[in-house]
Design a protein around this ligand. Structure first.
Ligand code: BG6
Length: 506
């Protein structure tokens, strides 16, 4: 037998960690919700782990007028409230000691002149040009404005060895045309290698584990194709409603909010061919090929609905139309389901069912891969309890893990079969708390590793699948099917399922 260690493994390329150079991170929208809940706590946890570069500076940019110290106080409060670990006073104080703040509107050139002065001052103090990472955590209409202003101010050009990178939050366009236009405007100023489009699902450990699971184990890959797999179900259910986000959500809906980005990412990771190595472009090229094999679903392959009043954990909850800020008679879907086909050699004929919704019975994100039944069950079925085809369940959240159902003999002197589960649970296997998605993504962007970010052609390919559905739904005037808040969702969604397939319980 050959020594596996002696064989050079091409998959290692891209996995070697790139060093993080001294960096100034500039957050646009620094006093907004995302910055407070996710970005600033992520920075704290990176600092806590000693993962930030030795020289690291933070600048906040936002509309509200504030002194540097006032922004530091806002950041301190946000981190104490939202950090996954109790902050250590010394680490937190060190992180925020030199924080700067620039106030102004994002289309105002003087803001960028002030920002440049702060950035240059950090370079002078360091005696070298520092890397600059601009994080656009603003309303989407400002994405192109900020990139253009950065360009006009000369802030997108790297000095010496230093790199300039721009991280763009979602949504990346609300239609295909908008996404194309945004890509054009961004890429008129920046090179694609400088652009990091966020899809926070890619920062989740469990999502990255799909790559490990598929490509670090030889036992599953031979089965991962149309010959052995009957159907795949991807669920992203949430128990919460839209909360205070009516302004955003009513213009988005479930399809744009979750399917076009997060769910299609899960689908591509599940379906992609093994990349020749784990460099950003090889991985993303394989994902794009999957997206290109999916045609937009027909009218009878999609379904949408809206939550009505219901109960959750014993409490009455309002329906979508009664939520604050939702326009009367809104047609925005809070539930979307579809049947997709990946028309390539590996997956032709296997239905992929996608389902997402707000205000459902519980929060669960999972992929269920159902294998084909055995061709002939030789045991008499009498006394057997639910002999079922094998199922592989990848649970992204909660109870992160992987479970494989197998048929096993029930102990006793008869041959009776029952499904049992083989489980791997993150919590017990690794005994450690997983980092938040944003911790990984901020580090990768600062390192210049774009593997877990969406490339320009990828985001457009995602829109090509969803855009026709969005347009069709905009033209349909009849009221939406309602499902009770806190329920399993609308039973009508079962019409999408072929043969005996059934939605898994949420
Ligand atoms: C966001 C959506 O992208 O993802 C939200 O805008 C949604 O509506 C959230 O609640 C779900 O993310 P997670 O990480 O909680 O599954």
């Amino acid at each position: 037998m050959s020594d596996p260690a002696a064989v050079e493994n091409p998959l290692v390329k891209g996995l070697e960690r790139l060093p993080v150079h001294p960096t100034v991170l500039v957050i646009f929208g620094a006093t907004g919700d995302l910055a407070k809940r996710k970005l600033l706590p992520a920075l704290y946890n990176l600092a806590h782990e000693g993962a930030l570069p030795e020289r690291f500076h933070l600048i906040g940019v936002s509309r509200r007028d504030k002194a540097h110290e006032e922004f530091a106080a806002v950041a301190d409060t946000a981190i104490r409230e939202f950090s996954r670990r109790e902050p250590d006073d010394k680490v937190l104080a060190a992180l925020l000691a030199e924080v700067k703040y620039v106030a102004g509107t994002f289309d105002d050139a003087t803001v960028y002149a002030a920002l440049k002065a702060e950035l240059d001052a950090f370079d002078v103090a360091a005696g070298q040009p520092l890397n600059r990472a601009f994080y656009l955590s603003t309303a989407p209409e400002f994405f192109p404005v900020i990139v253009e202003q950065l360009g006009n101010a000369g802030l997108t050009e790297a000095a010496g060895e230093a790199e300039v990178r721009v991280i763009i939050e979602k949504p990346f366009g609300t239609t295909l045309d908008e996404a194309i236009d945004l890509n054009q405007r961004v890429l008129a100023v920046l090179d694609e290698t400088q652009v990091f489009r966020i899809d926070h699902y890619l920062g989740k450990e469990t999502v990255q584990n799909m790559l490990a699971f598929r490509f670090a184990n030889s036992m599953f890959e031979p089965l991962f194709n149309r010959n052995y797999i009957d159907n795949v179900q991807i669920t992203a259910a949430e128990d919460i409603g839209i909360g205070t986000r009516a302004g955003y959500y009513d213009n988005a809906g479930a399809l744009r909010d979750l399917v076009q980005n997060h769910m299609l990412q899960l689908l591509t990771l599940l379906c992609m061919e093994p990349p020749v190595d784990f460099s950003a472009d090889e991985v993303r090229s394989e994902k794009v090929k999957v997206l290109h094999s999916i045609r937009p679903p027909h009218r009878d392959e999609v379904f949408r609905a809206q939550y009505g009043p219901g109960t959750h954990a014993g409490d009455d909850v309002v329906g979508y139309l009664q939520e604050d800020g939702v326009p009367a008679g809104s047609h925005t879907e809070t539930f979307a389901a579809m049947r997709l086909h990946v028309d390539n050699w590996r997956w032709a004929g296997v239905p992929f069912y996608l389902r997402t919704g707000k205000s459902l019975a519980r929060k669960v994100t999972e992929i269920a891969v159902t294998f084909k039944p055995v061709p002939h069950l030789a045991f008499g079925e009498e006394g057997s309890v639910g002999v079922k085809p094998n199922q592989l369940i990848l649970t992204m959240q909660p109870n992160e893990g992987v479970s494989l159902s197998l048929g096993a003999k029930i102990p006793g002197n008869r041959m009776r079969i029952r499904p049992v589960n083989m489980e791997f649970l993150y919590g017990t296997a690794f005994m450690s708390q997983s980092p938040e998605a944003y911790e990984r993504l901020i580090m990768d962007a600062m390192r210049g590793d774009a593997t877990l970010f969406t490339r320009n052609d990828e985001v457009e390919a995602q829109w090509r699948i969803c855009d026709p559905v969005v347009r069709r739904w905009e033209d349909e005037a009849e009221p939406l099917v309602q499902y009770p808040a806190g329920s399993q969702g609308p039973p009508e969604a079962s019409a999408l399922l072929l043969g005996d397939d059934q939605w898994r319980a949420i």
